[in-house]
Design a protein around this ligand. Structure first.
Ligand code: HEM
Length: 387
């Protein structure tokens, strides 16, 4: 098996039952595995709510380590729509040509630096700085802020399997708290300032609500982007012909990005709480219990995707749910897509060959399934393209 192969651990359960039950801190979660069920359930917020105890829809549950509600993620319509309307224009900033030019300059410089080194460890020394520097553009904060985020390392608010680490989460909470206090004292032109100066349904956004948005922005866009970037590098190491094809047919880069998000599905699943006794795939599910929408399984559903277990760079019809589905679809998707497009374009123009020297898989281990989501480390040698 190639290093960049990401097996689908859900195939048998998806075909046979459509669901998989896992135990999360002594609380059962019924994972929905089929594309149709995942989309239908994501849409039905009345029976499957996101607006329960803060942290409960996340798998593994974060109820024991936080009480801040993440916004707009842990809010149902119609209030969810009011928050989205407020934040959504800001999250379209990556489409602005000036922002794109800045992001391109950042990524080209990171790739050029990596080319100068003999060997590069991609997770900590390439993907983390890339994700952190790019985030300064999205938040409109000084580039130097990224040094703090990089210094936290990749494990700062990651939950390994079922283990939750409240101390790690506090690094982020304390940081955001301090940033919000700084903004209250001296407003500027960054996302913190915009939030603290906004109203939702005629009321000023509270500091706690602004904190809920910022925590989600940091946490939701960190491991997901780091894994997408790292996994793409591993893929092109194993598939140099893919990079050559994108060089010759750059119009395929958009399709390639969507396909990589489908195949890698950087976010495996997200939960919902059931509001009334119901049934999914002939399984009775009791009110108050949890289900999860397994994006990773839906994205390999053989009834929807031909050759689902392969990366087909020019896949034309690609209804993947890697960025979610319906009203909670990913707010950071525009930013993440720009990062990936610019990265693929830069790699195809600058890199001739990527050799993997060593790697250590990052596996999500839930006993009932083990899923590779990325790498703890991926050390490579990059060679320039001989033009
Ligand atoms: C929501 C995946 C990057 C911020 C989501 C959801 C998914 C997802 C599957 C839906 C959750 C649900 O329905 O409960 C990803 C992937 C990413 C990525 C695969 C990268 C490849 C980002 C980035 C940011 C971000 C970069 C921000 C900087 C958010 C927010 C939501 C969200 C705020 C909640 C939207 C809402 O509730 O209306 N993401 N995400 N994500 N994501 Fe992302």
């Amino acid at each position: 098996m190639k290093t960049s192969t990401f097996p689908d651990p859900f195939e048998t359960a998806r075909k046979e039952d459509g669901v998989l039950e896992i135990d999360d801190q002594n609380d059962k979660v019924t994972m929905l595995l089929r594309h149709k069920d995942v989309r239908k359930t994501a849409h039905n917020y009345k029976s499957f709510t996101s607006e329960t105890q803060p942290g409960r829809i996340v798998v593994p549950s974060e109820v024991s380590i936080r009480d801040t509600r993440q916004i707009p993620f842990e809010v149902d319509p119609p209030k969810h729509g009011a928050y989205r309307a407020l934040i959504e224009p800001w999250f379209r900033r990556p489409l602005d040509p000036e922002n794109q030019a800045k992001l391109t300059a950042q990524i080209e410089s990171i790739v050029a630096d990596a080319l100068c080194k003999q060997t590069v460890e991609i997770v900590e020394d390439f993907a983390l700085p890339l994700q952190s520097k790019a985030l300064t553009l999205l938040l409109n904060t000084p580039l130097e802020e990224s040094e703090t985020w990089i210094s936290w390392g990749t494990h700062v608010f990651r939950s390994e399997g079922e283990a939750l680490d409240g101390d790690k989460a506090n690094v982020l909470y304390d940081y955001i708290e301090a940033q919000l206090d700084r903004t209250i004292a001296q407003p500027g032109e960054d996302l913190y300032s915009v939030l603290l100066n906004s109203e939702v349904e005629g009321k000023k956004l509270t500091k706690e609500e602004a904190k809920g948005v910022m925590v989600l922005t940091f946490a939701g866009g960190r491991d997901t982007v780091i894994n997408a970037v790292t996994n793409a590098i591993a893929y092109f190491a194993d598939h140099p012909e893919g990079l050559a094809r994108l060089r010759q047919e750059p119009e395929l880069i958009g399709n390639a990005v969507e396909e990589m998000i489908r195949y890698f599905s950087p976010l495996t699943q997200m939960g919902r709480e059931v509001t009334e006794d119901t049934q999914v795939c002939e399984h009775a599910i009791k009110a108050k219990s949890r289900v999860s929408l397994c994006w990773a399984s839906a994205n390999r559903d053989e009834g929807i995707f031909e050759n689902a277990n392969e990366i087909v760079l020019d896949r034309k019809v690609n209804p993947h749910v890697g960025f979610g589905f319906s009203h909670h679809n990913c707010l950071g998707a525009t930013h993440a897509r720009q990062i990936m497009r610019i990265l693929l374009s830069t790699l195809s123009h600058q890199i001739g060959k990527i050799e993997i020297l060593s790697s250590e898989d990052n596996i999500e281990d839930w006993k009932k399934y083990r899923r590779k989501v990325g790498y703890h480390q991926l050390t490579v040698k990059l060679s320039p393209l001989n033009k």
